[in-house]
Design a binder for this molecule. Structure first.
Ligand code: FAD
Length: 346
């Protein structure tokens, strides 16, 4: 069984799915509503399991060429006291390879270079039923506001605001200070991204303007105020943090539709797992489709069932963990939280 698939969305999840389907011998059409590949975005942390998925999709080498290891990150209080260590060493010890950081545009470049069909930009999908009539498989990789999800499951599960605004940006110098700083109702994070630059992100309950953001972090430990004062607010990105709620009853529908990435399980960014889970979904879905090829046309529903069984609970557990961590990081009860965080073994 190989056939014709349409992948809606050319983000991380959609491109990785298209690559996997092409490797399985499918005819693939990739549609994206944007006019061109957008190049915004800061760093993604890519966990070793997602790195292995990239290897299985044949993208590992191109990905690693632009990625940096993330080995040393601390959790600090706004005054600079160290509360705990991020579990990066444990991840590396267990997996035998480190967490890697890559800028979002570079990851998209690596995926695009591995895809041997062009993305059809400027193609916004509104009529999902029409697509289903033309293709054996419809993959919804169309992000948090997924039209494919709405067509398959209605609007009960939908993006919900959680009352927090995120700001992300890149500073034009290396801080050498990495990890996260947790304050009362807000936090600030910094990671390496490439030589001479630092990736930063912040989450706050308010701050509509760059000036307000600077005020909220004035007085925090060095170099946080400097990162904000020495980078150009015009390059910062602000967005409302949302997640998909309630969790979907399935990632597949009708034996011919599957959802991957944010379309299936958009989560808060706290665990840094949005791109990782999208890659794991894409690899699992396309592996299942390839594995059921011998069963002829009847193989597709079984392949989608296998994908759902492999990924849904796992991804939804990560989404729940990320939402819980968001509550902890943004709590106003910092004394109790910080005492508990200090108990985390180094
Ligand atoms: C601040 C921040 C930090 C993050 N950090 C990390 C991190 O460190 N590690 C990590 O793993 N993840 C991280 N993430 C999450 C990550 O960005 C996403 O979760 C991940 O990229 C999921 O990709 P996706 O392909 O599912 O969706 P998207 O990237 O949203 O792609 C969806 C695509 O579908 C297209 N589309 C939408 N609707 C339609 C339509 N109707 N028709 C046609 N095309 C359509 C869009 O144009 C878009 O190109 C972070 C997110 C944020 C906001």
């Amino acid at each position: 069984m190989t056939g014709s698939a349409v992948v809606v969305g050319a983000g991380v999840g959609g491109l990785a799915t298209a690559i996997g389907l092409r490797r399985a011998g499918w005819r693939v059409t990739v549609l994206d509503r944007r006019d061109t590949q957008e190049r915004y975005g800061t760093a993604f942390g890519i966990h070793p399991t997602a790195q292995a998925a990239l290897d299985r999709l044949g993208v590992g080498e191109a990905f690693r060429a632009r990625a940096l290891p993330y080995r040393d990150g601390l959790i600090r209080s706004p005054g600079g006291a160290v509360l705990a260590r991020l579990p990066l060493e444990r991840i590396e010890r267990r997996a035998g390879r480190p967490e890697l950081l890559i800028s979002r545009p570079y990851l998209l470049d690596a995926l695009l270079a591995a895809l041997d069909v062009p993305v059809r930009y400027g193609s916004e999908v509104k009529d999902v039923a029409a697509l289903a009539a033309e293709h054996d498989l419809v993959v919804g990789a169309d992000g948090i506001n997924s039209a494919v999800r709405a067509a398959a499951f209605g609007r009960r599960s939908r993006p919900r605001h959680i009352g927090t605004v995120a700001w992300i940006g890149i500073a034009g110098f290396e801080t050498g200070v990495y990890g996260e700083t947790w304050g009362r109702g807000r936090f600030f994070g910094m990671t390496p991204i490439e030589p001479g630059r630092t990736n930063w992100y912040a989450a706050v309950p308010e701050a509509a303007t760059a000036a307000e953001l600077r005020e909220l972090f004035a007085g925090w430990h060095d170099p946080i105020p400097r990162v904000l004062s020495e980078s150009d607010p015009a390059s910062w990105i602000r967005y409302e943090i949302r997640h998909l709620y309630p969790a979907l009853p399935a990632f597949v529908h009708g034996g011919r539709t599957a959802l991957v990435g944010d379309a299936a399980h958009a989560m808060t960014p706290n665990l840094g797992q949005g791109a990782c889970t999208a890659l794991l979904d894409a690899e699992a879905l396309t592996r299942a489709v390839a594995a059921h090829a011998a069963h002829g046309p009847d193989g597709l529903p079984a392949a989608l069932h296998a994908y759902d069984a492999e990924r849904r609970r796992n991804a939804q557990r990560v989404a729940f963990g990320s939402r819980t961590l968001h509550r902890v990081m943004n709590t106003r009860h910092t004394r109790l939280r910080d005492s508990l965080v200090r108990l985390i073994p180094a």
